[in-house]
Ligand binder design. Sequence first.
Ligand code: ADP
Ligand code: MG
Length: 726
Amino acid sequence: MSAAARAAAIQIIARKTPVAAETRAQNVPQMFGVNVFGAEQMRARLPEAAFKALRSCIDHGTELDPGLADQVANAMKEWAVERGATHFTHWFQPMTGSTAEKHDSFASLENGRLIMEFSGKALVKGEPDASSFPSGGLRATFEARGYTAWDPTSPAFIRETKNGATLCVPTAFCSWTGEALDEKTPLLRSAEALNREAVRLLRLLGDDRVAYVFPTLGCEQEYFLIDRDLYVLRPDLLATGRTLFGAKPPKGQELEDHYFGSIAPRVLAYMQEVEFELWKLGVPVKTRHNEVAPSQYEVAPIFERSTIAVDHNMLCMEVLKHTAQRHGFQCLLHEKPYAGINGSGKHNNWSMSTDTGENLLEPGRSPAENMRFMVMLAAIMRAVDLHADLLRVTIAHAGNDHRLGANEAPPAILSIYLGEQLVEIIQALVAGTGRGSERKKDTMRLGVSVLPSLPRDATDRNRTSPFAFTGNKFEFRAVGSSQATAKPNTVLNTIVADSLAFLAREIERLKGAKGLEAAVNEVVVDLFRKHQRILFDGNGYSAEWHAEAERRGLPNLRNAVDAIGTFCAPKNIELFERFGVLSAKEAESRMNIMFEAYSKAIAIEGQSALSLARTMILPAAQKWQLTVAQSVGAAKQAGIDVKAQERRLKDLAGRTEGLVAAIDDLANVFEHAEQHSGSPQEHAKTYRDKVVPSMVRLREVADALETLVDDSLWPLPKYREILFLQ
Ligand code: ADP
Ligand code: MG
């Protein structure tokens, strides 16, 4: 890699044009879900009784009998083979934050003849040799093998490549002793807990129609694109997903001309192909646009049942990455690929729906609906206030530290934004006076009052809030762009289930003496009073808010390591165990894995930074220093006045010395961190406290040199090239 390669890449990029998609969208409704073994395929290919039994498994979580599994497997295989599939895989989400798969062909030998076969047994259960997945100490090596179990609630799908297709069966991943080794199992458990508690509470409120409640999710996914010819010249991006060096470009995002700007042709062609692929996979993507930072974009789907939306977001990230290559791009999902430029997040839009088609966070039109809405609001306020620490853990992650701590993304302090009108109503309820404006008086009794219609206008929103009510859903905005959404949603479902259970218990307790409506009023208003400290509508970036939050006693877990440490607090373990979402052992293993993931991420960054600084940046700086020294020496001999140049040379030499010192420092602290023995938490703290600051110091020196060294010597593509060439 060299400065010459950098110059050549720029010439190549200048001539690139949009790439045509492999398939075109002729008819989107027809295209949608062609690669999914969905209800239609099941109905068409299964005997009616089998289809009904399978639907019941999917809708009500009933168990699948082995005979049915054989029928389903066979139908699935027939369909997949017709679509060109030769292999199948159990597709699962180990605790690495990504997905895993191991492919087997349908091939089987029968009397020396090869046949294509897929048994119920193979569909329902798999045994990948998965001893290398992180288990956080859950598995001793002798029982290292986990197994995957079919999750019939998430439809199987086919992934196509140029040379064929693979049937992917979404599965859960467990140890032989029954512990969850994945992110999907706790998510399914939490959705079940939410269903149970929500239905129970709705019954209590007099609703006898709703039989089933499920969480819904729509993930707005942000990402960056970089031209692949530049990407391959950045070893830091290749190894860590972010640039460890790079001086700020003369033009950053100051002009704000990128946000919602017209989409560049090559990028649009890429987005279109991503959409085709996702539609075929049954992922209902809907929105595309340029984001705030240069070369930053967003794609958003129509929301779905959250257990499926979580899988779909994994597919979305995968398709974004795979498709990019065909278009000569690399898709960066890292939370902070570039210093000084906005990072990427993933807005986790969350709500609860009923089997009768209602959204429980929709402010209603009738008094009964209003009461229900206020009850749900109270439950969520209690949930977020009591368990802000847990929500914070779900977004704790080395990459996300660059956003949450800085003044660009939602802050590390969890608070809820409700908008002026709702806050006014809550305050009036809490004050309990009923005097004041008519509207306030109106809302004094939840059961008979009518809420004013609430604005659903984007302009009203507070972009600095980590957890905002946006009309009929909550938007958890602090999730990192590269993160799997299973964990945040598992926690959201669980803490809300807990609050719904609390409300039900309290209302039941008071109902006998006071009647339902008064009981609901009392419990809800009491919760509003107790938990109103979690409401904040101001600027979440401001220093005043930090001070104010501290006064209110809200936790401010500034970095991932601090946050992760709270995961196994006794109250959290009690909560997880009470709802059967995670056992103490499972929770502890997850905490260890999060610490280890943090340490590994920083270790890789430290190593990459060292190697880049030593082998690319220092040589360039030394070459330039030598060139300057020679030219100053020659000029001096020729009798030219070079005092100013000599000062420059001295400065350059000083900076180059500084670079060497910074390299040595990082090498030292890095070695110390590597050898550090102690708990995963202690280890992570060492990386945070020693390696991260040393990397920051090294970067400062190197970035300053980038602005001084002859451009034709600089081996790394610069921000101005990466961000603006397309
Ligand atoms: P924006 O927040 O950018 O204004 P929208 O409000 O239209 O955009 O929605 C953003 C995301 O929220 C979309 O993915 C959408 O499907 C999702 N969403 C909308 N309603 C719900 C809901 N009831 N539950 C979960 N997600 C929802
Ligand atoms: Mg949004």
